[in-house]
Design a protein around this ligand. Structure first.
Ligand code: COD
Ligand code: ZN
Ligand code: ZN
Length: 378
């Protein structure tokens, strides 16, 4: 099926294997089997360090071990299995942590993106046929979200990969595989921010900054950024925030402050932290009659969230989505084209670039809050 010299053969390469919970990544030699029917083998070029990968290390997200995580990446197709038609060897691609099978009720729905073939609700870490394409020291190693990008080579289903512009710089475009699209899409696609509107963004990490970029691109007139760490404000302003506030600077609860600042409440609010209290604060700060609030953060544990239903009965809308509500196969090529046309400053969230072998350093930077986004290059 392919012209490359490695096609059809097992590839031995380096990968970052997690053998156990709460342990560092171990750079190992792994064997990557050739792609079976409807599968694609990729050579990774760049991969971002995302909080969700760390959630597997910490156990906040359950996944079978041993595992190769990583889900925000870009690479080049090395070879394809039988029946693959949408990509070919040599294509620049982005793997999709949310697949788009194109056939299920979700894929057929015009507004939804949580394809039934996703491996996010209950991660199983295996390919469609129940096996894995990775082995290390004689043991099978699990996949993660159908992507496993912390490996020099990876095998993904055709429904979990999309071709992008051959001119795109992969060490930046990889962010479109998760963090960027999650934030930006939450504004333009999930909330559907309108021209001249007022927005509030809670949490100014990499994803929150991309929400701000989305609000700005949609023409919001006021974008109020909220964070406990005032060191985050300069960057927020750089990407489009018009005001920045720290809840600790006020006696009143932050939703009251925001309602006063905006004559009764913002049009759109976003929770990009992953905390129950800020989810309710974000909902409460949007206008009681027409405000729309979007949850992006995933809270630790699975406790119920206490909230007063009156908050919704008056007319607010409360929404949530993964991956900014985007269908990957349809939307990623367009987002890459918009990036190439300089419609948003994607690279402003990249603070560190490290060789793949320094992956543990990349995660230390994430855990200490010193990085916004770290890109690992292969
Ligand atoms: N009030 C205000 N700001 C706060 C508070 C608070 N109580 N607590 C923390 N913050 C600030 C921090 O100072 C920090 O600046 C920011 O909130 C959070 O930033 P990061 O860097 O931790 O987070 P991001 O932007 O990298 O990611 C945030 C998410 C909420 C998106 C992420 O943690 C998450 O939950 N991701 C899962 C969602 C998802 O789509 N998953 C699928 C694939 S990733
Ligand atoms: Zn992610
Ligand atoms: Zn589907």
């Amino acid at each position: 099926m392919s012209t490359s010299s490695t096609a059809g053969k097992v590839i031995k390469c380096k990968a970052a294997v997690l053998w156990e919970l709460k342990k560092p990544f171990s750079i190992e030699e792994v064997e990557v089997a050739p792609p079976k029917a409807n599968e694609v083998r990729l050579k990774m070029v760049a991969a971002g360090v995302c909080r969700t990968d760390d959630h597997v290390v910490s156990g906040q997200m359950t996944s079978p071990f041993p595992v190769i995580v990583g889900h925000e990446a870009a690479g080049i197709v090395e070879s394809i299995g039988e029946g693959v038609t949408t990509v070919k060897p040599g294509d620049k691609v982005i793997p999709l942590f949310l697949p788009q099978c194109g056939k299920c009720a979700v894929c057929k729905h015009p507004e939804a993106n949580f394809c039934v073939k996703n491996d996010l609700s209950v991660p199983r870490g295996i390919m469609e046929d129940g096996t894995t394409r990775f082995t290390c020291r004689g043991k099978p190693v699990h996949h993660f979200l159908g992507t496993s990008s912390f490996s020099e080579y990876s095998v993904v289903d055709e429904i979990s990969v999309v071709k992008i512009d051959p001119a795109s710089p992969l060490e930046k475009a990889c962010l479109i595989g998760c963090g960027f699209s999650t934030g930006y899409g939450s504004a333009v696609n999930v909330a559907k921010v309108t021209k001249g509107s007022t927005c509030a963004v809670f949490g100014l990490g990499g994803v929150g900054l991309c929400v701000i970029m989305g609000c700005k691109a949609a023409g919001a007139a006021r974008i109020i950024a909220v964070d406990l760490n005032k060191d985050k404000f300069a960057k927020a302003k750089e990407v489009g925030a018009t005001e920045c506030i720290n809840p600790q600077d006020f006696k009143k609860p932050i939703h009251e402050v925001l309602k006063e600042m905006t004559d009764g409440g913002v049009d759109f609010s976003f929770e990009v932290i992953g905390r129950h209290d800020t989810m309710v604060a974000a909902l409460s700060c949007c206008h009681e009659a027409y405000g729309v609030s979007v949850i992006i953060g995933v809270p630790p544990g699975s406790q119920d969230l206490g909230m007063n239903p009156m908050l919704l009965l008056t007319g607010r809308t409360w929404k949530g989505a993964f991956f900014g509500g985007y269908k990957g196969k349809d939307s990623i090529p367009k987002l890459v084209a918009d990036f190439m046309a300089k419609k948003f400053p994607l690279e402003s969230v990249i603070t560190h670039v490290l060789p793949f072998e320094k992956i543990n350093e990349g995660f230390d930077l994430l855990r200490s809050g010193k990085s916004i986004r770290t890109i690992l290059t292969f």
